[in-house]
Design a protein around this ligand. Structure first.
Ligand code: PRP
Ligand code: URA
Length: 211
């Protein structure tokens, strides 16, 4: 499955961690830690082309021109709820990123996403926004979240998901070809209830212990 805006990781450390994440015996604490760790690894790759500005630094020996990511230039937008589990993973490598929230739930019958909350940091339209959600199933929630951000003037968006189904990848490639999408692993398909196979079950429930 080749689309110019879709980047699927093939990193042995991520594979190792995802195998534990999928295991139904993995408990809430370890699940949460793994989501965070995988997100941190993904963030290094997704930030490869982030904007740098030159700064003068004085070492104990001399002045030198160096490069920094401007503190105000990055924001994280988790798709509630499960996206919350990825926020700390990005903050580990970029602690000053502001956080906006978009609330989406999938109607269990139609599988269509419904937006129920949106609160974004001031000036979001000038930031590089990392939208995070561990699961990209039909792609409906992610696609609507990206549309919602674009409507509010955001121009630079990157999407990060841990597990994706082919349907979700195809939807984002078609509806948001301008948004780079970083995915840790591409799974086989969706079942009749819209769950990813083999997947890991319901990410929100496993992160927050609601089932
Ligand atoms: C899950 C997941 C995504 C969505 C993916 O959230 O975190 O947001 O499903 O499915 P889609 O690609 O078919 O839209 P869910 O709706 O279960 O809400 P929750 O995070 O509050 O549990
Ligand atoms: N949302 C989840 O949490 N898991 C899936 O497999 C699909 C959507």
């Amino acid at each position: 499955m080749q689309y110019p805006n879709i980047f699927i990781f093939d990193h042995p450390l991520i594979k190792h961690k995802i195998s534990i994440l999928r295991d139904k015996k993995t408990g809430m604490k370890e699940f949460r830690e793994l989501i965070e760790e995988i997100t941190t690894i993904m963030t290094y790759e997704a930030m490869r082309d982030v904007e740098l500005v030159p700064v003068e630094v004085e070492t104990p020996l001399e002045k030198t021109m160096q490069y920094r990511v401007p503190e105000e230039s990055v924001a994280i937008v988790p798709i509630l709820r499960a996206g919350l589990g990825m926020v700390n993973g990005v903050h580990k490598v970029f602690p000053t990123a502001r956080v906006g929230h978009i609330g989406m739930y999938r109607d269990e019958e139609t599988l269509l996403p419904q937006e129920y909350y949106c609160k974004l940091p001031e000036g979001i339209e000038n930031k590089t926004v990392f939208v995070v959600d561990p699961m990209l199933a039909t792609g409906g929630s992610a696609s609507d979240a990206l549309t919602a951000l674009k409507k509010r003037g955001v121009k630079r968006i990157k999407m990060m998901s841990i597990i994706a189904a082919p349907a979700g990848i195809e939807k984002l490639a078609k509806e948001h070809p301008d948004v780079p999408v970083y995915v840790s692993t591409l799974d086989r398909c969706l079942n009749e209830n819209g769950y990813i196979l083999p997947g890991l079950g319901d990410a929100g429930d496993r992160l927050f212990g609601t089932k």
